[in-house]
Design a protein around this ligand. Structure first.
Ligand code: FES
Length: 173
């Protein structure tokens, strides 16, 4: 005659399940700690440039004589603080105008709403943002739409007959 427990396998010693659970949790904890020790420095290395304060940098955008008075043109330059892996995305742009008196004014190309690139429409003398209908007047002031602030202006100087723009981080409010 067989007992009712036959075939149920050996009975674990009392307290064995608790020890097994404890060791399993301990190994999970040790694994997580090891992953954090290896992973956190890598994550920190990748994210650090995003939080670093970007010092402004002067960028040459061409000879002053190349810009006709009264005209607003797009000029391209390298970002003030390009990331090592940025590639072509390190290139950015601004709208540069030579005033009739010979001075220069430069506007950021990024809309102050969500950063879309604005376009200068010569016939209307307006900067238009294609994303949500933002409109800026020729001085960069908000004329219509959701932008919360005027277009950011970059400092401009002329050195040795060449125009330089003081580039900085992407100006999004
Ligand atoms: S990003 Fe220009 S209006 Fe929204």
């Amino acid at each position: 005659m067989t007992s009712p427990d036959a075939g149920a396998g050996p009975t674990p010693p009392a307290g064995g399940g608790g020890r097994r659970r404890f060791l399993a949790r301990l190994s999970i904890l040790a694994g997580a700690a090891g992953a954090a020790m290896v992973g956190l420095p890598v994550v920190g290395f990748l994210l650090e440039p995003l939080f670093r304060r970007v010092p402004p940098a002067w960028r040459d955008v061409g000879p002053a004589d190349a810009f006709a008075p009264g005209r607003t043109v797009e000029v391209a330059f390298t970002d003030a603080s390009p990331l090592a892996w940025a590639g072509i995305t390190a290139r950015t742009a601004a709208w540069l105008r030579r005033e009739p008196d010979g001075g220069f004014v430069a506007f950021a190309i990024n809309c102050t709403h969500l950063g879309c690139p604005v376009r200068w429409v010569d016939r209307a003398s307006l900067f238009m943002c294609p994303c949500h209908g933002g409109v800026y007047d020729a001085a960069g002031n908000v004329a219509a739409g959701p932008p919360p602030a005027p277009l950011t202006r970059y400092p401009v100087r002329v050195r040795g007959g060449r125009v330089e723009i003081q580039a900085s981080a992407v100006p999004i409010t």
